[in-house]
Design a protein around this ligand. Structure first.
Ligand code: FEO
Length: 142
């Protein structure tokens, strides 16, 4: 793969695993508050984010590019309410959406059609993730 594309794809692995850690921290916050349903939902997001990272990892390998793993930052967040948690979820997913859009742009810039098609799944997934967070925020606000 083009070197720049492989670099941003490696960086995206880190972002997906960071997202997983963030959801895991949020899940524990909810569990400590006795909000078991929210804790479960957030834990499932953790599992999904790990798969998002793993699929990028596998894709780099299938394309014959080395995986470069970097340290995962400590997930940051101080939440007072479940609404704070989900506002943070939405804000975070918007950052991920921008990062995926950049990755898709790079794949198009270097005319890597196979990578562009692979990344389409991530583009679509981000629409769903922002939509789910928005729905939950609206319900919590009622
Ligand atoms: Fe893998 Fe929530 O983005």
């Amino acid at each position: 793969m083009n070197g720049k594309l492989a670099k941003v794809m490696n960086e995206q692995i880190n972002k997906e695993i960071y997202s997983a850690f963030l959801y895991l921290a949020m899940s524990d916050w909810a569990m400590q508050k006795g909000l078991k349903g929210a804790a479960h939902w957030l834990y499932v997001q953790y599992l999904e984010e790990m798969i998002h990272g793993q699929n990028l990892y596998r894709y780099l390998q299938v394309r014959g590019d080395p995986v470069e793993l970097a340290p995962i930052a400590k997930p940051e967040g101080a939440w007072n309410t479940l609404l704070d948690v989900f506002r943070h979820v939405l804000e975070h997913e918007k950052l991920v959406t921008a990062s995926i859009a950049n990755l898709a742009n790079v794949s198009q810039d270097v005319r890597d059609h196979a990578a562009s098609i692979f990344l389409e799944w991530y583009v679509t997934e981000q629409v769903e993730e922002e939509g789910n967070a928005t729905d939950i925020i609206q319900r919590l606000q009622l």
